[in-house]
Design a protein. Structure first.
Length: 325
């Protein structure tokens, strides 16, 4: 928690007591960057409607789109818990908020569902209060939500959802997050197969130790990916997006993962991998048309093996959360 947030915070009242905010889905890890790389997409995402109330404390009056899976209890919901941490940090425990959460994206998809909700709530609270401090000041509070959601307060979903764009988490102690440039023509094709891969379980199957030769390969790929992003070298981005540590284990949880990768690459993908902990998979492409062709091909295959799916095509979203009219 940043100790200076209260003294550095400047407030300019917004002039309204209600706000509606969208926050985007994200692709974490980006194949070789486990827990340190992530980027935001234009869609899907989540929406929060937040209202100032006359009574201190946070309530959640409504949740839609979750099939009854998320708690209305503010002590157990990632959105309200994160917002309460934020209010405590700025010395405004006298403030009251009522929250409506509208899930516009699938839960357990590997697309940062919990982080999108949390970021939307935090950004709504910050904006309603007229807090003019940078959005990245909210990152430690968003990580509290991730800790509640999956047992580990990682930032590779919440950081891009909050800051927009492509981000690198250089360090967690102390927290050091860097926005990276990226080729503007890069598109992301995402397919979410209708299979269950819980984030906690997906983390538990990861090995605690790795061979030095594998670590060296991974370091080279991460450095190559970052270099490709800075130079706009899409070929370098593609050949750097290889994972020898995490993907071989998690791929077993996703039906026909390697076949789908082969199909995507044959259809013109620059790269292919698992989004977050899965089961969503994603491909980078050089244009929107190729991205749509890949999602269609993968969905057709999943239909043949009797697995439903959802697909999304998007450029990298540089804006992050936004206020909706």
């Amino acid at each position: 928690m940043p100790e200076d947030i209260k003294k550095d915070t400047q407030f300019k009242p917004l002039g309204t007591d209600t706000i509606r905010v969208f926050a985007p889905a994200t692709v974490a890890n980006v194949v070789c960057g486990f827990d340190v790389l992530g980027f935001a997409v234009e869609a899907p995402g989540d929406e929060v409607i937040m209202r100032l109330t006359n009574k201190p404390g946070i309530t959640i009056s409504k949740i839609t789109g979750d099939d009854g899976r998320l708690p209305l209890n503010p002590a157990k919901n990632t959105v309200s818990v994160s917002v309460q941490h934020y209010l405590n940090s700025i010395g405004r425990s006298d403030i009251g908020f009522d929250i409506e959460l509208h899930k516009k994206m699938p839960i357990g998809s590997g697309l940062g569902s919990s982080s999108a909700s949390t970021v939307a709530g935090l950004f709504a609270a910050k904006t309603l209060l007229g807090d003019e401090s940078p959005a990245n000041k909210l990152l430690p509070f968003a990580m509290k939500g991730e800790e509640m959601a999956c047992g580990h307060g990682h930032a590779d979903n919440v950081a891009p959802a909050l800051m927009g764009g492509f981000v690198l988490i250089r360090s967690y102690e102390p927290l050091d997050v860097i926005r990276l440039p990226h080729p503007k023509e890069l598109y992301c094709a995402i397919v979410f197969p209708d299979v269950d891969v819980p984030t906690r379980e997906a983390r538990q199957i990861i090995r605690n130790s790795v061979l030095l030769k594998d670590a060296v390969t991974q370091w080279g790929n991460i450095a190559g990916l970052v270099s490709g992003l800075y130079t706009g070298d899409i070929d370098l981005i593609g050949r750097s997006m290889k994972d020898v540590l995490i993907e071989p284990v998690r791929a077993m949880l996703i039906p026909d993962f390697y076949l789908m990768r082969e199909m995507a690459m044959e259809a013109g993908a620059v790269s292919f991998g698992i989004s977050g902990s899965g089961p969503s998979v994603f491909a980078f492409t050089r244009d929107e048309q190729t991205a749509h062709a890949i999602t269609q091909k993968l969905q057709d295959h999943l239909t043949k093996i009797k697995i439903g799916s959802q697909a999304y095509v998007s450029p990298i979203n540089d804006a992050g959360p936004r206020v909706l009219d």
